[in-house]
Design a protein around this ligand. Structure first.
Ligand SMILES: C[C@](O)(C(=O)O)[C@H](CC(=O)O)C(=O)O
Ligand SMILES: [Mg+2]
Length: 299
């Protein structure tokens, strides 16, 4: 009912503990607060809040147009709806060190369990597009050092993402990952790895948790959870997948509506009213008013 009961510091502590266990934690991307509840209900370990989805949700491309306030606001709405830890895409940190520091504190206050900050130049672009540029090592490390220094809850996860693989190759990615860990990063997100062997090479180079990005139609093949576990990954995200599924379904539904004039044939593909009411916990609200949940719905 209403918002999640688990306080943010408790989510972060439990998340850190699970990460230390070495298991592979699965974080599908929530495209809204309701889908975060679905991710929790379906038994996943955490929720990812994607910058690409946040931008797309506003009808914008993922090229650094969204603001810290928009990102923190959406992050808060999503994080508070689930007992699971939610980690958020903080792009380049919305500026250089001083801005990065503020970003960390805003996102801590919004109840997130952690964030990632990448080493692209501003304005950034989707990590799976060509023509990316990365900042020099000094600037990349300064961003992470500022982030670590700014956090007030030591369990708030500061993950460094490096986009350098697609620009300078795997060796450069490994060097940068090591340097980011030395600068204080709690975890590394090696973006746009081409093969499982590349993930494994990063695994062998650093000792902190590693995230694999299984975004569709990008530069990485879609490896399975088992394959990623076998090469020692600790977190996996499917950042845009739920939005793609929902939008694909909406597109086909609209076409059907346009041609057939009714959605009767699509009913079995819809979330049922009863399932929706279950997800938003109608019965729970009877605690305030017994007239709220006094109906039945045929399934
Ligand atoms: C992970 C990512 O940063 C995101 O914003 O979700 C994107 C995902 C995508 O555009 O497919 C990225 O990989 O850059
Ligand atoms: Mg992003």
């Amino acid at each position: 009912m209403l918002y999640a009961k688990t306080p943010a510091h408790e989510k972060r502590r439990a998340f850190r503990e699970r990460l230390r266990s070495g298991e592979l934690l699965r974080f599908p991307g929530a495209f809204n607060p309701l889908s975060a509840r679905l991710i929790e209900q379906r038994g996943f370990e955490g929720v990812y809040v994607s910058g690409a989805v946040l931008a797309a949700d506003l009808g914008l491309p993922d090229i650094g147009l969204t603001t810290l306030s928009e990102v923190a606001g959406r992050g808060r709405q999503i994080a508070r709806m689930t007992e699971l830890p939610a980690i958020i895409d903080a792009d380049t940190g919305f500026g250089e060190p001083m801005n990065v520091a503020r970003t960390v504190q805003e996102l801590e206050d919004a109840g997130l369990a952690g964030l990632h900050i990448e080493d692209q130049v501003n304005p950034k672009r989707c990590g799976h597009l060509d023509g990316k540029q990365v900042v020099d090592q000094h600037t990349a490390l300064q961003r992470i050092a500022a982030a670590v220094d700014a956090r007030r809850d030591e369990d708030f996860l500061i993950m460094a993402r490096t986009d350098i693989r697609a620009v300078e190759g795997l060796d450069a990615a490994i060097d940068r990952a090591k340097a980011l860990v030395d600068a204080g990063a709690d975890a590394i997100f090696p973006e746009a790895m081409a093969t499982l062997a590349e993930f494994e090479a990063v695994r062998n180079a650093v000792d902190v948790p590693l995230l694999a990005n299984m975004t569709e139609f990008g530069k990485s093949d879609l490896f399975t959870v088992d394959q990623l576990r076998d090469v020692g990954m600790n977190l996996v995200i499917w950042p845009v997948s739920l939005l793609r599924l929902a939008m694909g379904s909406a597109m086909r539904g609209l076409d059907e509506l346009s041609t057939a004039g009714s959605l009767q044939t699509k009913l079995d593909q819809m979330q049922h009213r009863a399932e929706l009411y279950d997800l938003v916990d109608y019965p729970g609200y009877n605690h305030f008013d017994t007239d709220i949940y006094n109906f039945t719905i045929a399934r």
